[in-house]
Design a protein. Structure first.
Length: 319
């Protein structure tokens, strides 16, 4: 039966006796119940696994996570699931997936929340899922990463040492799609002779200034599968990328609702009065409004819990 070969590759350092497994929402990955072990290759702490799945007949989403097995005690990878979106395919192909074992980053996690994604850094691009199309050429490369700390008037590019990525010329770099912001992706036809190559991500500001990621270049080794008779997609999945190291600073208004009195309400502050506060903020150049109390102040269950200025309610980004 015609199939898609999924070759998972992920670098992760473990101590002796600990093994890396993967589990996901398809039978080949254990249906979230029976994790499948990866094989340690002994090269750059890399683990790999190859499975075959039926050719997708419709748009298909596969979710999965890695986990560490330590003598039957299992530790799941933190943060959200890995997501693989595949478009329908009519012919077999190989998908070599170079993954990043995810980690927790509380700063980037804050930038990934609705206050930034839907308000502060809101992007006008129409939201849609970017499915990985079956390859139309012999060899293609798919790039993906999560970049929450990027302003709405900025774009993300991937640039590298090969001609397909501009040969380190940012003006010729590959622009990433932002339909799933803060998740960015891009794909491009490649020549196999371009392997191995190095690459990194950069933010391009509205004035053309390029802000490079200061971390080391990502290095791409030759394909594990040397058979060039089967079309192949090399899927390079990175996690948090943060070229802009400056933390966000915003100016806003901090007020209890009852203080927002206007002639259009009952005089004690109503939600409809917030519209006029927005107008005031726009004239002042303020971009944030916090209502007090925004969080639950319950503590000991007595009358003092009604105090709206408790520490739990003194910080917020957006009501």
């Amino acid at each position: 039966m015609a199939s898609v070969n999924l070759h998972f590759r992920v670098s992760y350092h473990t101590d002796f006796g600990r093994n890396l497994l993967v589990c996901g929402g398809i039978p080949e990955l254990g249906n979230w119940d029976k994790p499948v072990p990866l094989t340690y290759t002994g090269h750059n702490d890399e683990w790999d696994l190859t499975i075959s799945i039926p050719l997708p007949k419709t748009n298909t989403t596969i979710k999965y996570k890695y986990l560490i097995d330590d003598q039957s005690r299992r530790e799941w990878e933190p943060e959200k699931d890995h997501v693989l979106n595949l478009a329908p395919a009519s012919a077999p192909f190989n998908l070599e997936i170079v993954d990043t074992y995810r980690w927790q980053d509380h700063v980037q996690d804050a930038y990934s929340r609705s206050a930034f994604v839907d308000a502060v850094h809101h992007r006008d691009t129409v939201k849609k899922v970017n499915y990985i199309e079956a390859p139309s050429t012999s060899f293609e490369v798919y790039f993906s990463c999560v970049v929450p700390h990027i302003r709405s008037d900025q774009k993300l590019i991937v640039c590298g040492s090969c001609p397909e990525l501009g040969s380190w010329d940012a003006s010729k770099g590959l622009e990433m799609r932002d339909n799933e912001y803060p998740f960015f992706s891009a794909s491009c036809a490649f020549s196999r002779s371009s392997l191995p190559f190095e690459y990194k991500y950069a933010i391009v500001k509205s004035d053309g200034y390029v802000m490079w990621d200061i971390n080391e270049n990502f290095k791409v080794a030759p394909l594990q599968d040397k058979d060039d008779s089967v079309k192949t997609i090399l899927c390079l999945n990175q996690y948090f990328i943060n070229p802009d190291k400056a933390l966000y600073h915003g100016f806003g208004i901090y007020a209890p609702l009852f203080s927002l009195r206007s002639s259009d309400s009952c005089g004690i502050g109503q939600y409809s009065d917030i519209k006029k506060l927005v107008d005031v903020c726009n004239k002042m150049g303020a971009s944030l409004i916090q209502l007090l109390p925004i969080n639950d102040t319950t503590d000991k269950g007595d009358w003092a819990d009604s105090y709206p200025y408790r520490q739990v309610s003194c910080f917020a980004l957006h009501p």
